[in-house]
Design a protein around this ligand. Sequence first.
Ligand SMILES: [Fe+2]
Ligand SMILES: [Fe+2]
Length: 156
Amino acid sequence: MKPHEEARFWELSKDLTEDIRIRRMSEYIQHGSTTTYDHVLRVARTAYRLNHFLHLKADDHALIRASILHDYYLYDWHKKGDRLHGYHHARIAADNARRDFAISPAEQAMIQSHMWPLNLFSVPVSRGGWLLTIADKIASAQETVMDRLRPSADAS
Ligand SMILES: [Fe+2]
Ligand SMILES: [Fe+2]
């Protein structure tokens, strides 16, 4: 990211990244060694960069807010043994985000549709929604690859 884009990214995200409730996402593991906080920031940066690179002109602030809140479910789904987590966490995150951060209907829709096509009937309806859905898949794939490449602790 160019320095001015980087500065703008942090300017637009700081109302959420400085919030203690958002910081709590660093207490939960998304998968492998990536915390949910690291994951949502990676998704937000990826969505923001794609928006600029593709000249899609989605609202950057809404896109960043929805990205940071897209996995705001605040529990460790591994420990919960929740096999259907993939199907229903988008709805939980959207409800939590509306309760805690008074998000707009557009931001709520973006969060709720981010698991498409797993949630087949929850299709993204905006450019921001599509960017978030795609950025989530890209970030998740990167995190999975990074985990596979990381030497295990007991490797000699
Ligand atoms: Fe998710
Ligand atoms: Fe995600």
